[in-house]
Design a protein around this ligand. Sequence first.
Ligand code: SAM
Length: 315
Amino acid sequence: MVDSVYRTRSLGIGVSGIPDQYADGKAARVWQHYIGGHKKRTESYREFFCNLLNENGIRHILDVACGTGVDSIMLLENNFKVTSTDASDKMLKQAWKIRWQRRKEEAFDNWEIEEGNWLSLQETQITVPEGGFDAVICLGNSFAHLPDFPGDLSNQKLAIENFKDMLKPGGVLFIDHRNYDAILDTGKAPSKNLYYNSDCIEGIKTSVLYVDGRESMITLDYTVDPSKASEDFMEEGEEPKAKKRKSTDGEVSKFRLSYCPLRLKTFRSLLKGIFGEEVRHEVFGDFEPLGKVELPAYYVHMIWKATSENGVAAT
Ligand SMILES: C[S@@+](CC[C@H](N)C(=O)[O-])C[C@H]1O[C@@H](n2cnc3c(N)ncnc32)[C@H](O)[C@@H]1O
């Protein structure tokens, strides 16, 4: 679908809403259907990820792109302390709803959730532990939502600086992105993958925008049909016996999201430019050691903050 005027977002979202591509609520309403449900979505990486966190002594995690709360909830259920932020109140609404429903569980009662933008993360009303968080996570292909209109990655650099600021010395950032090398080379994004793998995905159309020969933006047009969900699909946060009409009843949802397609090599140097060349940095393909999955859909970076500002690197 190509408009006569190229739009980076679904129709109806004003220009001032560019940073929040979820502002019309369309994607948020069907998000759990799109990801295949909270529990199912995390099945494939829960054990690997939680082990990795435990092996590195990580306890308190800041999820800076929590969306409806999928990864935060998985971490709370696995005994981590979690603080969550996101720029979109439409997405956060679902996380707040689940927090309220599970408030009798101590971990959920203590779960802090606030609206927060990566470009001004310091202004977010969260309690930052003394020294900083053990880890910051930005998962589910979220970071790529940050546009690079100036063409110099200045927004990306600022956001990563802000993530680093939230970490204690020796803390770790986990940040992922789709395998944009593969998408740019083939011109098509696979519709099912590690994170987004549900029967409700009817289709995803890929458009690639070049500006003066620069790979500037990828726009994906999604069609999600919640009626295709299996009988036992339960949306977290929905009352099981809710009589009221559900917001997704009878609706085939079409929404558009845009991404800044950074190749793996660019992403590596972006991270190293902020964290320092000497720090430890590992990359996983679909949460497996690099090379194990032949064509990973996602790269997940794990990068350590130096233990002191004078450059002693975490090992
Ligand atoms: C693709 S969704 C992923 C949500 C969740 N991590 C998941 O995997 O389901 C991307 C999320 O990033 C958030 N986001 C995008 N740009 C942001 C920004 N500048 N600051 C904070 N959050 C942002 C969106 O609001 C959205 O909830």
